[in-house]
Design a protein around this ligand. Structure first.
Ligand code: AKG
Length: 218
């Protein structure tokens, strides 16, 4: 009997499996790139429902000048060695680590999960510049689940035209991400570009973002 049928008879929903990786790469100015594969994680709705329930989502506050403000999204970070909240995320991370092994030279080890409860939740312009990405090229892979939200990318202001690669795009890019979509930022992207998920007035529901990063990168 097939494993998936056995799982159903046992009452467990089968874990969604990542499809083979064949993302489309876009080269950006300054040696950055973005890979996108739409609908990479089949069964993403089941995974979304599962994560919504089992992840111990936490509200955080951060210091802004002289006062503490709520971070406008819920978070949960799984450090290196921690069990991920669903086998599908382990499979996804393994598959990404294999695919990017030659370029990255090390596995993806951590998982940061964010829950955007509605269109008022957001993350401001930033690059992941803690760790290796402050000085070296690296890779940050994002899997999106639930309601689609735009993720924007723009070059940092110091990125001069001389830093443009031959096919390097240098304007603001907008990717509407949801439903198992995969977006991977690579090359110099964390140093030379910034990304953000802006507030979105017409947004219909929650979105979960899962970010896989190498050791030490935040
Ligand atoms: O929501 C996303 O996909 C982006 C998350 C992000 O950039 C971050 O948490 O640093």
């Amino acid at each position: 009997m097939q494993g998936s049928l056995l799982e159903l008879l046992d009452g467990d929903a089968p874990s969604p499996a990542p499809a083979p990786l064949s993302p489309e790469r876009t080269w950006l100015a300054g040696g950055a790139w973005v890979d996108v594969q739409r609908g990479w994680l089949a069964g993403s709705q089941e995974l979304y429902d599962q994560l919504l329930t089992v992840v111990p989502w936490r509200a955080e506050r951060r210091q802004m000048y002289d006062r503490a403000v709520d971070v406008p999204r819920l978070l949960c970070f799984y450090p290196e060695g921690a069990d991920l909240p669903d086998p599908a995320l382990e499979a996804a991370r393994e598959s990404l680590s294999r695919h990017y092994a030659a370029e990255l030279g090390e596995p993806l080890r951590t998982a940061g999960l964010c829950l955007y409860r509605d269109g008022r939740d957001s993350v401001a312009w930033h690059g992941d510049t803690i760790g290796r990405d402050s000085t070296e090229d690296t890779i940050v892979a994002i899997v999106s689940l639930g309601t689609a939200r735009p993720l924007l990318l723009r070059p940092r202001s110091g990125l001069g035209t001389s830093a443009r690669g031959p096919a390097g795009i240098s304007g603001t890019l907008r990717y509407n991400l949801g439903h198992g979509d995969l977006l991977v930022m690579g090359g110099s992207c964390q140093r030379t570009w910034e990304h953000a998920v802006p507030k979105s007035a017409g947004c219909a529901g929650p979105r979960i973002s899962v970010q896989f990063r190498p050791r030490g990168v935040r």
